[in-house]
Design a protein around this ligand. Structure first.
Ligand SMILES: [Zn+2]
Length: 384
């Protein structure tokens, strides 16, 4: 048994506890949570904030060997072309980078990951179960003639995937309507949504940089008829009624949000550091907060981020949207993340759960609201 306390304990299942005490057993299961009292001799006291382990809702672990290899601010089309050009590497190099990236996530307090896979490179690492994974086996192919063969290959990968997995579409500009129809939409689906302005332009009137991408692939897209609407309000109907994770949302407008929110339960994933890396822009996070969307956080891959750290994503949000406080962002990444993936043991500090405990140091207060805020110097370490 350990009794652990800190300046603040954010259980996320109730109000923050000043000097709250968490009792855990030797399996790191929470046995009790006690309100603040005077530190006693058998309590381990940490200076800082204790919160549950983080969920990284969007990552591509298999691209970890591309760290520091791709130029920044090329726009999405340039980025995709660079990934295609540079992703091939020796298997040994790919596997080593995957293991190092997982180590880094664990060190940064990440306990669960929604991970995109186009291959089986990450499967052996995931079998070690050091981290909870939901693997999204991602399909990619805009030519409807190839839809069935692409889907069949994904089913083969799905059969080998460890832990939990589902087949998912890559993005509205890279998946044909026919391929969308083949996907089992009773499963949890994820999609890269409105990551660039070009995606909306393509759907509205078939213009923009994506035309260059298809030319580069030698793909005749005469079959594609623009809808006159933004991408989201066009393709969303092709994804069924199940739970969906919309990733990036950098160019998502209020009308798009209203359309989708009227159609069931969705989670919206923010990956701010990747957005700055690729497009040098950020989603309208204030609008998402105002609408009380179910938000989660992701790092995206080391091809478009310099680190795999949810704390660094939260710090970027704090820097650009200074009124967003720490507790709200912790609800996004811990509680909402666990709910999204159905990980009942994670997300909040409550009796019977094994959420992992993180320690955040160096924070400040909002003078007006008294809420806790991150600073540029905030750090995270894992207690258990
Ligand atoms: Zn991604």
């Amino acid at each position: 048994m350990r009794k652990i306390s800190a300046d603040w304990v954010y259980t996320l299942s109730g109000a923050p506890l000043k000097n709250g005490v968490i009792v855990i057993n030797d399996k790191n299961e929470v046995v009790d949570v006690l309100p603040g009292n005077e530190p006693s001799l058998d309590v381990e006291f940490f200076s800082g904030i204790i919160c549950p382990g983080f969920i990284n809702a969007h990552c591509h672990l298999e691209l970890s060997h591309l760290r520091n290899k791709l130029p920044q601010r090329t726009g999405l089309v340039g980025f995709i072309q660079n990934v295609q050009q540079f992703r091939e590497a020796k298997e040994e190099e790919i596997l080593k980078a995957i293991e190092a990236a997982e180590d880094e996530m664990i060190q940064n307090g990440i306990v669960g990951v929604g991970d995109i896979s186009n291959s089986s490179y990450t499967f052996d690492q995931k079998r070690k179960q050091r981290v909870n994974y939901h693997t999204f086996i991602e399909v990619f192919g805009f030519n409807p003639a190839n839809a069935e063969s692409i889907y069949n290959r994904a089913e083969e990968l799905l059969a080998q995937a460890p832990q939990i997995a589902s087949i998912t579409p890559h993005a509205p500009y890279s998946v044909s309507e026919k391929l969308f129809e083949l996907i089992d939409n009773t499963q949890l689906l994820s999609i890269h949504n409105q990551e660039s302005k070009e995606e909306n332009a393509f759907y509205i009137n078939k213009t923009g940089d994506f035309l260059k991408l298809y030319q580069g692939f030698n793909l005749d897209i005469s079959f594609f008829n623009p809808s006159g609407n933004n991408s989201l309000t066009t393709y969303f109907n092709w994804m069924g009624n199940g739970r969906k994770l919309l990733v990036h949302n950098t160019f998502t407008a209020e009308d798009d949000v209203d359309y989708v929110e009227a159609m069931g339960e969705n989670f919206w994933c923010l990956c701010p550091n990747a957005n700055l890396y690729i497009e040098n822009g950020l989603p309208d996070i204030s609008m998402f907060v105002k609408k009380e969307l179910k938000l989660v956080l992701g790092t995206d891959s080391l091809a478009s981020n310099t680190q795999l750290s949810i704390l660094e994503e939260m710090k970027t949000i704090s820097r650009h949207f200074s009124s967003i406080d720490l507790e709200l962002m912790l609800i996004w990444t811990c509680k909402n993340g666990a709910e999204l993936f159905g990980w009942d043991q994670l997300g909040t500090i409550e009796k019977g759960k094994i959420p992992g405990l993180n320690l955040i140091k160096n924070y400040t207060y909002d003078a007006k609201t008294g809420k806790l805020l991150l600073t540029g110097q905030s750090t995270v370490s894992k207690i258990c």
